[in-house]
Write a protein that binds this ligand. Structure first.
Ligand code: 5AD
Length: 353
C-alpha cells in the first residue's frame, strides 16, 4: 500500500488528519489516490446517511450587497449588475411554489441587504412558519448583530449558512476589503451558541491560496464542527478585480469535499451549483465523493440571471419545476435517492462524539 493510501485509510478510520498530513496528501495526488479518497468518503457518507440526498429549495431574494468581496459578481462596486429585491410577498410566493414541489427546507439567500431589517425578516419568518410549520428555514444573509441573529432564531429560523470563505487571515483580508476575519469567525461562533444548525465552508482555487491554506480550512471545519459544509470552486467573474485570474478546478474541489466528509463525517455537504457550472457532471461527481445535499433554485426566472455571483451560472432560464425534476434525474443517475424530508443532521452524530 502506498503512503498516501495508508494515510487515507487512517483518515477513514479515525476521521482525523493533522495539518501536515493534509498538506502532504494534497501534494501530487494521483488518479488512483483520488479514487481511494472518494471511495472512503462515499462509504463514510453511506454510514451516516445511506444513499439519501436531501433537497433544499433556494430562494435568492436580493442581489443588493453592501460588501465588496473581490471575487463576487454582486459586490457593491459592480455597477453593471441590475439590482433586484423580492418583496416579502414574492418570497412567500416562492415558498408556496417550493412547498408544492415537495421541498421542506427553504434557503433564503441574499447579498448583505439591510432593506430587509430585523422586523421585515421576523414577519417573513413567522408567516412562513405559520403556513408551513414543518419546514426548516435556512438563512444565508451575511453578517448581522448577535441580537438580530437571536431574534431571527426566536422567530423561526432554524439554520444559517455563512461560509468562512478561507481560513487564512491574510488571504481573507485581501479578498474582503470591507470585512474583518475575526468578525466572520465571531458570527459563526455566535450562531452556533444561539442554537442554529450552522453551515460554514470555503472556495477552492482562490488566487494566492496555498495547500497550507486549504489544510487550514479543513482543520478549522474539524474544530468548528458545523452541521453543514459548503465547498465550491472559485469561478472568476469578468466584472470583478479577479476577472482574469484562474479559477478552481473540478478535481481539487472534489478532493476537498471528500476530505471534509472524512474529517466531519456527520455533516451535510451540498453538491454546489458552482461545481455544476464548472462541469456538466460536477454535482453528480460530488455526490459520489461524499456530498449528500443539493440545493435546486426556486428563485423566479425573471430575476435568476441577476444573481450572478460568478458567470455562466447554470439554470438561469429554468423554472422552479425544471430544477426540481432535473435534479431528481441527476440524483438517480448517480445511483442515489431523493429524500424530501427536512434533512436534519444525522442521528448518529451524538453517538459518535
Ligand atoms: N465563484 C465561486 N463562488 C463564489 N461565491 C461568491 N462569489 C463566487 C465566485 N466568483 C460564493 C461565496 C459565498 C457563496 C454564497 O458564493 O463562497 O459565500
Amino acid at each position: 500500500m502506498s503512503d498516501k493510501h495508508y494515510l487515507l485509510e487512517q483518515a477513514y478510520q479515525t476521521n482525523n488528519l493533522s495539518k501536515d498530513e493534509i498538506i502532504n496528501l494534497l501534494g501530487n495526488l494521483t488518479i488512483s489516490d483520488r479514487e481511494v479518497l472518494y471511495g472512503y468518503a462515499l462509504k463514510t457518507k453511506q454510514f451516516y446517511y445511506g444513499d439519501k440526498v436531501y433537497l433544499r429549495g433556494l430562494i435568492e431574494f436580493s442581489n443588493i450587497c453592501r460588501q465588496d468581496c473581490l471575487y463576487c459578481g454582486i459586490r457593491a462596486s459592480n455597477v453593471k449588475v441590475e439590482r433586484y429585491r423580492l418583496t416579502p410577498g414574492e418570497i412567500l410566493g416562492c415558498c408556496d411554489k417550493g412547498y408544492e414541489l415537495g421541498y421542506r427546507t427553504f434557503v433564503l439567500q441574499s447579498g448583505e441587504d439591510l432593506w430587509y431589517t430585523e422586523e421585515v425578516l421576523i414577519a417573513l419568518l413567522q408567516e412562513i412558519k405559520k403556513r408551513y410549520p414543518e419546514v426548516a428555514i435556512t438563512l444565508s444573509i451575511g453578517e448581522r448583530s448577535a441580537e438580530t441573529y437571536q431574534n431571527l432564531f426566536d422567530s423561526g429560523a432554524d439554520r444559517f449558512l455563512m461560509r468562512h470563505e478561507t481560513a487564512s487571515k491574510e488571504l481573507y483580508e485581501t479578498l474582503h476589503p470591507t470585512m474583518r476575519f475575526e468578525d466572520r469567525r465571531a458570527c459563526l461562533s455566535t450562531l452556533k451558541e444561539i442554537g442554529y444548525q450552522v453551515g460554514a465552508g470555503f472556495m477552492v482555487g482562490l488566487p494566492g491560496q496555498t495547500l497550507a491554506d486549504l489544510a487550514e480550512d479543513l482543520r478549522y471545519l474539524k474544530e468548528l464542527r458545523p452541521d453543514m459544509i459548503g465547498i465550491g470552486p472559485f469561478i472568476p467573474h469578468s466584472e470583478t478585480p479577479l476577472g482574469t485570474e484562474k479559477g478552481g478546478t473540478l478535481e481539487d474541489t472534489l478532493v476537498m469535499v471528500a476530505l471534509a466528509r472524512l474529517l466531519v463525517p456527520e455533516s451535510l455537504i451540498p453538491a454546489t451549483t458552482a461545481l455544476g457550472t464548472l462541469h456538466s457532471q460536477g454535482r453528480e461527481l460530488a455526490l459520489k465523493a461524499g456530498a449528500n445535499v443539493v440545493m435546486p433554485i426556486i428563485t423566479p426566472t425573471s430575476v435568476r440571471k441577476k444573481y450572478a455571483l460568478y458567470e455562466n451560472k447554470i439554470c438561469g432560464d429554468d423554472k422552479a419545476e425544471d430544477c426540481r425534476y432535473c435534479i431528481e434525474r441527476r440524483i438517480h443517475s448517480a445511483g442515489f435517492e431523493v429524500d424530501l424530508g427536512r434533512g436534519d443532521p444525522s442521528l448518529y452524530s451524538d453517538k459518535i462524539f
